[in-house]
Design a protein around this ligand. Structure first.
Ligand SMILES: [Fe+2]
Length: 383
């Protein structure tokens, strides 16, 4: 087995009410002014005001950037960076789901290293740690609050840039399920299926280790047990809390074992049509694992068992099929559309999407190497 490194934030707060503890940690580090990076919906809901008040009460002044788009752009990073510099902020607090965390990482990385976020596309391109980032999560999830992955859309090229950099790891992650109870059903379903995709792709990744395997399988078990409940009743706090743990475990898995073609392909759909990340993943996940089954059948069988499928006595190929069927069933049960056509993808765009997916760093750890024609065929099958 190759050598491995395990990245995770130094401090990670979990559980109902931990937001208040997070503010005390921020205060204890002596920060004077935080740039809160968030989005308009959370600001309109009053969540941003609540966090700003808590910080102010702890003696930390606040500047708010709430312009983050669902697929955050280079422009978003530059706008936030301008505010950070104008007000001399000495730390960044991201508040939201994956989008504000990714945008905040872009801002904090450029604040410390200079240049444009596009300079850091790829693996470990920066020289210095980013400005300290505290990531307060409101979805479950992208796990961006605890990973070194930062996905920023280059709106001129219509592509998503993957910045995978040890220096983008937040110093503190915060998963308070009370902040997740207000998530609408569609967002709960999409972010939950994103977490499932993280666990599955990390488990079949060529960079998987016993540590990431343990995290991935536990994540799958929790998602199988609690995602339907969280979608059905957003106020089911046990389901919200367990989904917060699940997405965090899936994050621990993929932050270190990386991902595969589902994400490499979903990034292109997101960048091209501005579609929700989790929904793109959910639609592609069974199709890519169908393709992977030729080389990863036994691992997919373990996923099937963790999803609750009866795989006892089945040959690996049959167990893999059971896993894929269980993924499709979960996806349908939480209301994910059945195909990419429903999402507005067009057959004539597939060659471009596939060509860009071949260049996405997330595909490098997929267990089976694909040609562009094979990626096109997977897109076609998902139409
Ligand atoms: Fe993802």
């Amino acid at each position: 087995m190759a050598k491995s490194t395990f990245f995770i934030p130094n401090e990670n707060l979990m559980g109902a009410g931990c937001l208040a503890d997070a503010v005390q940690v921020i205060r204890s580090k002596g920060f004077k002014r935080a740039l809160i990076v968030t989005d308009k919906p959370l600001n309109n809901l009053g969540v941003v005001g609540k966090v700003a008040d808590l910080l102010a009460g702890a003696g930390v002044a606040v500047t708010v950037y709430d312009g983050t788009k669902p697929n955050p752009t280079i422009t978003n990073v530059e706008e936030g960076l301008a505010l950070l510099r104008r007000d001399n902020c000495d730390c960044v607090v991201s508040l939201g789901g994956g989008s504000p965390h990714d945008c905040a990482k872009g801002i904090a990385l450029c604040a410390a290293n200079g240049g444009s976020i596009a300079d850091y596309e790829g693996l470990d391109k920066s020289a210095k740690p980013q400005l300290p980032l505290v990531a307060i999560n409101t979805t479950a999830g992208t796990a961006s609050e605890m990973t070194r992955f930062c996905i920023i859309t280059d709106e001129a090229r219509h592509v998503k840039m993957a910045i995978v950099d040890r220096h983008t790891t937040p110093i503190l992650s915060v998963n308070d399920p009370e902040l997740m109870a207000g998530m609408p059903k569609g967002l709960t379903a999409a972010t939950g299926m994103d977490a499932l995709t993280h666990a599955v792709e990390a488990y079949v990744s060529i960079a998987a280790t016993p540590i990431t395997d343990a995290c991935a399988l536990k994540a799958v078990e929790l998602i199988a047990a609690y995602l339907r409940r969280a979608v059905h009743d957003g106020q089911d706090m046990e389901a919200r809390e367990q989904m917060a743990y699940a997405q965090f475990l899936a994050g621990m898995a993929f932050n270190n074992a990386s991902l595969g073609y589902v994400h490499a392909m979903a990034h292109q759909l997101g960048g091209f049509y501005d579609l929700p990340h989790g929904v793109c993943n959910a639609v592609l996940l069974p199709h890519v694992q169908d393709y992977n089954a030729q080389v990863a059948a036994s691992r997919l069988g373990h996923i099937g068992k963790a999803l609750g499928a009866d795989t006892a006595g089945l040959a690996p190929e049959a167990a893999a099929k059971a896993a894929i069927a269980a993924i499709r069933k979960l996806s349908a049960d939480v209301g994910i559309p059945a195909n990419l056509t429903t999402l507005g993808a067009k057959a004539e765009d597939i060659p471009t999407l596939a060509a860009n997916a071949m260049k996405d760093a997330c595909g490098l750890t997929n267990p089976r190497r694909a040609t562009q024609a094979e990626i096109e065929a997977i897109f076609q099958a998902a139409m």
